[in-house]
Design a protein around this ligand. Structure first.
Ligand code: NAD
Length: 495
């Protein structure tokens, strides 16, 4: 774990102006324009990034395509890619302190969580796919004797990766690592408000021995660089994590350009369901509070709808409120803070808009609901709980992506299932019960990519993550994610 001394040394490191990363080197954007990097910790500008444009995206795609065609990566023995990616994982671990603090300055996640979730998880994902790739075999089809049917697995070509600001390095690694391991060349479009760690990752990849052009990073605004990437006719696939509206645009870009395949990991409104027979209500309350409030609720799988069985409602709410009050919101670079800053002033305003609307619609504010620590200049929000939330309210239907929890009560299992599934989303969920049968029935009944039982969060790289319904399609993590980045080719050979 990182120490407070190390954090305090790194927190003021000068970053300066960061360029794009194309063809194995830093380069300024074609237009020379830059975007300021504002830290949500104190509202101050501490660096700048290149404000890339369509010409920059085109340069990076050309670099990736040339690298792919050269074949020094795409056609190299998997053992070579394994070696380079293994070295990259080591470098990410070696620079974990630097990457963690850099990322926190950029997006405000509390350092305790950021350290594990960003550099360490990213390194773990890179190593996982590095280790996997030389265990992927082609197939021989069970044909008649006079033919040989071979099924080859080949990389797709150039893969675009577009990620959000909440955990850019980890979510980026979930896509970049399997895509690269499979032999693709990659162009990353980081989120405009948190680009610095992915730029650093590309530098480390070069240090690890990755050939030029295999991993490129083009920073800039989503509506400009993201759109250019989505519309580019020489990009074979886009792996995206972010909001629903941008996911829809990517499908449209694909339809209007070259029918590139698009994988979408979108938002959620995940139900966290507490049955009266949960074996430890106190523990369930503590984990549930963490499951919505850590990283200021900016977690795609956050349990943002809490459903509590009526007979334990009051007892559970008491535990939940006291667990919430114990969470310390503060400087994300202080190891004692449980919750850091909201990623930007805009996101904070958006969160407060949800609070105002919930009050107008008749939900009861139990705690929080306001900006705090304004004197720091940063963006901080008190963990917020609303009860008496009903299905027609905005808070029950739309993703806040902030520290705002809506609570509902239910009587029967059927009602819990109906409420849980009354959403256009289907990303994560949880069930708290000591009854094995209830747990298994709920796992079957809930429409979601993930159902936690007697816990919330923490699923590691070995299991897939992704949604159903409007939470998207395609899966990150696990060996299943590798399949997205490999194309099947049939050789039908007459003997
Ligand atoms: P966002 O959709 O606004 O942005 C995501 C990325 O898309 C950014 O890099 C952005 O620059 C880019 N982008 C924006 N406009 C674009 C355009 N027109 N064309 C192409 N790219 C464009 O999302 P966000 O605000 O950064 O992140 C929050 C969202 O991400 C939430 O909805 C959250 O649930 C979701 N999320 C999902 C998961 C998951 O695994 N399912 C994980 C984390 C976050």
């Amino acid at each position: 774990m990182i120490s407070q001394n190390t954090i305090d040394t790194l927190r003021h490191t000068a970053i300066g102006a960061r360029g794009l990363f194309i063809d194995g080197a830093q380069s300024t954007g074609t237009s020379g324009a830059t975007l300021p990097v504002v830290s949500p910790i104190d509202g101050r500008v501490f660096a700048s990034i290149a404000d890339g444009n369509a010409a920059d995206v085109d340069r990076a795609v050309t670099s990736a395509r040339n690298a792919f065609e050269r074949g020094s990566w795409s056609r190299a023995a998997p053992a070579f890619r394994k070696k380079v990616l293994g070295r990259l994982a080591e470098l990410v671990e070696k620079h974990a302190d630097e990457l963690a603090v850099l990322g926190v300055r950029d997006n405000g996640t509390e350092i305790g969580m950021a350290y594990k979730a960003e550099p360490l998880s990213a390194a773990g994902a890179i190593r996982y796919y590095a280790e996997a790739i030389d265990k992927v075999y082609g197939e021989i089809a069970p044909t008649a004797e006079n033919v040989l049917g071979l099924i080859h697995k080949e990389p797709l070509g150039v893969v675009g990766v577009i990620v959000p600001w909440n955990f850019p390095l980890m979510i980026g690694a979930w896509k970049i690592a399997p895509a690269l391991a499979a032999g693709n060349c990659v162009l990353v479009k980081p989120p405009e408000i948190a680009s610095l760690t992915l730029l650093r990752l590309a530098e480390l990849a070069t240090e690890a021995g990755m050939p030029a052009g295999v991993l490129n990073v083009v920073t800039g605004r989503g509506a400009v660089t993201g759109e250019a990437l989505g519309l580019h006719v020489d990009v074979d696939a886009i792996a995206f994590t972010g909001s629903g509206p941008v996911g829809r645009r990517l499908l449209d870009y694909s339809a209007r350009s070259n029918l590139k395949r698009v994988f979408l990991e979108l938002g959620g409104k995940s139900p966290n369901i507490v049955f009266a027979d949960a074996s430890d209500l106190k523990q369930a309350a503590v984990v549930s509070a963490n499951g919505i409030f850590r990283n200021s609720g900016q977690v795609c799988v956050a349990g943002s709808r809490l459903l509590v069985q009526a007979s334990v409602y009051d007892r559970f709410m008491d535990e939940l409120v006291s667990a919430t009050m114990r969470l310390k919101v503060g400087d994300p670079l202080d190891l004692l803070s449980d919750i850091g800053a909201v990623s930007s002033a805009e996101q904070l305003d958006k969160n407060l808009g949800f609070v105002a609307r919930a009050q107008i619609e008749g939900a009861r504010l139990v705690t929080g609901g306001e900006r705090i620590l304004a004197e720091t200049g940063g963006s901080y929000m008190a963990p917020t709980i609303f009860e008496n939330v009903t299905q027609n309210m905005q808070l029950a239907r739309e993703e806040v992506f902030g520290p705002v929890l809506g609570v509902m009560r239910f009587d029967t299992e059927e009602e819990a299932v109906r409420l849980a599934n009354s959403t256009v989303y289907g990303l994560a969920s949880a069930v708290w019960t000591a009854n094995l049968s209830t747990a298994h029935r709920m796992v079957r009944a809930i429409h979601a990519g993930v159902v936690h039982v007697n816990t919330y969060g923490g699923a590691d790289i070995t299991v897939p993550l992704g949604g159903v319904k409007q939470s998207g399609f395609g899966r990150d993590k696990s060996l299943h994610a590798l399949e997205k980045y490999l194309e099947l080719k049939t050789a039908w050979i007459a003997l």
